[in-house]
Design a protein around this ligand. Sequence first.
Ligand SMILES: *Cc1c(COP(=O)(O)O)cnc(C)c1O
Length: 405
Amino acid sequence: MNVQQPNSFRVGPDEHGHFGIHGGRFVAETLMPLILELEQAYAQAKNDPGFRGEMDRHLADYVGRPSPLYFAERLTAHLGGAQVFFKREDLNHTGAHKVNNVLGQIMLAKRMGKPRVIAETGAGMHGVATATLCAKFGLDCVVYMGEVDVGRQQPNVLRMQALGAEVRPVTSGAKTLKDAMNEALRDWVTNVEQTFYCIGTVAGPHPYPMMVRDFQSIIGEETREQMLAATGRLPDSLIACIGGGSNAIGLFHPFLDEPQIEIFGVEAAGHGLASGLHAASIAGGRPGVLHGNRTYLLMDDDGQIKEAHSISAGLDYPGVGPEHAWLNDVERVKYLSATDEEALAAFRLCSRLEGIIPALEPAHALAKAMELAPARPQEHLMVVNLSGRGDKDLASVAAHLGGAL
Ligand SMILES: *Cc1c(COP(=O)(O)O)cnc(C)c1O
């Protein structure tokens, strides 16, 4: 394919939220004033040193940033190629990268005078992060969650309730994430005045994909400084898993205009792309509209959204953020996929060689790092985004491995 490449990969989206043919804002007319209000409030907050300063303070004292950049010495020796580093987002408060974004959005909700926050969640991790920050900032929190997910993610439901949030089970459709998303949008339309909608990944109508990316970009900004301090130069490759794509774009974005750096996003291939049971929207989907934006989606022949399948609930999003869809089209980022089996093998290896139990989501990124690192020279510096910790996944890993952890 011969692709027209832009002068910079970091300037998007345009004023209507487009990344190439992707993105935009496909929302009900009643929501439009609200989206414009949010866009304006975010633009002002971004340029307010007071807002930035307060956010930096909470990132340091509450989230625990900067997260370390860790040289995975035994994994590197085992793979026998590139030097592998982990960006340790698993060490953040609440155990994953999601808190970086939720902190920003909840501070914005507070600034906009919204007393009530709604969110949707699949695995429950975004719901927990939202409930956490709502507790800290004294806001009411309602989390929509498919009834099926409420059943299979009990520990996170209890966490949200302990934090004072109301969890509303959604009984429409397949009773999973997509249905919870629809329900949250319906709530927003109904309660526009008092409600802030907190989205957990780089999806939704503009300005969400841009705003969430900006809040997560601290991952890549820190990585840049930390790698320079540790080795005197920038990394040669970056690898991150893709659900909606927020941890990945957070790592990638500050590096997009360094053409010598190889960048890899890893989707969940579930039982394999050919099986149809996967969550790989770029590899196995086509462009359509969902959740207020145009992007690659898993759809059947009639254009109905299909359920995403993978061993990691956090990657089971039937779409992908519009900026990733565009970075794929312009060939700046290479999108790969890892199966359940590959992720499980990486989960085991990382736990045993490094004493770090990764979440199953970043285990997909680790699986591809295990493939790519041996084919690269020893001077090659590779960064894997360790987006979250794996305690939450131990029961499902044990179930898959027949109890033999
Ligand atoms: C939610 C989650 C993901 C997937 O979300 P992205 O928006 O793609 O980052 C990845 N890793 C962990 C640990 C998560 O909790």
